[in-house]
Write a protein that binds this ligand. Structure first.
Ligand SMILES: Nc1ncnc2c1ncn2[C@@H]1O[C@H](COP(=O)(O)OP(=O)(O)OP(=O)(O)O)[C@@H](O)[C@H]1O
Ligand SMILES: [Mg+2]
Length: 224
């Protein structure tokens, strides 16, 4: 495996110049930067003023380690993820390869994109994740980047290792909801994702039956 070796080799080299801000979200700030002459993204978890500083530090450190561990596990499972170059637990930062593509969400909203090809790949990625007991936790088309023909999965911060069909069902439920809201005008696309998922993962059909149950439960709870 190349990634852990690269991570180890490049470990102690300092960061150089921030090139531009990618995005500031509720929990994390993303900057484009240069590191060892490479284009990188620095993801920094933000300090929350309302939490106790000690608690905040240990929570941030847990989340960073969790995100990096799952990225490495996903890579080992053959899923494309950005290379992790270095991790700064004290500064709550992950320095990773910058993927030059656009979000799959934006690609699928462009009628020029071959949506069915992209959706087959999404189903394969979800199937491979779950076959390896990796639950992403925020499986949406905003957390997938399209780089040429490959899809790169990002943002494992809410992920976990789990063999539970229920947890995998929640992942697929979220993906379906994301398709319903972001790609509602192309309703056929999610059927392609489901078909490809069930073909890529032996327990895929079981997970999809669980999704139907989760949806029924959701409707029932909303009525109460
Ligand atoms: N390695 C990367 N290469 C290129 N762009 C990236 C990379 N990582 C993140 N981005 C961009 O930054 C955006 C936000 O990143 P990410 O999803 O990791 O953060 P977030 O949703 O704010 O984080 P969190 O859910 O952990 O609080 C992505 O949608 C993507 O556009
Ligand atoms: Mg995200």
């Amino acid at each position: 495996m190349r990634a852990p070796l690269q991570t180890a080799l490049l470990w102690r080299t300092p960061l150089v110049c921030v090139v531009g801000v990618h995005r500031i979200g509720a929990e994390a700030k993303l900057d484009s930067s240069k590191w060892m002459d490479r284009d990188v993204v620095v993801k920094q978890r933000l300090v929350k003023g309302y939490r106790h500083p000690e608690l905040d530090r240990s929570l941030q450190s847990f989340r960073i380690r969790n995100e990096v561990r799952l990225m490495l596990e996903a890579r080992r499972a053959g899923i494309s993820v950005p290379i992790v170059y270095t991790v700064d637990l004290d500064g709550s930062k992950i320095v990773m390869e910058e993927i030059p593509g656009i979000r799959v969400k934006d690609a699928l909203q462009d009628p020029k994109t071959d949506g069915s090809d992209v959706c087959v790949k999404i189903g394969e990625i979800a199937g491979r994740l779950h076959a390896n007991d990796i639950v992403h936790g925020d499986l949406t088309t905003s957390n997938m980047l399209l780089d040429g023909n490959r899809i790169v999965l990002i943002d494992f911060s809410l992920g976990q290792k789990s063999s539970e069909i229920e947890d995998k069902g929640v992942d697929m439920h979220l993906l379906e909801e994301a398709f319903r809201s972001a790609h509602h005008s192309r309703g056929e696309l999610y059927d392609i994702v489901k078909e490809s998922y069930a073909e890529s993962y032996a327990d895929g059909a079981k997970v999809l039956r669980k999704v139907a149950e989760i949806e029924r439960r959701g409707r029932y709870t909303r009525k109460e």
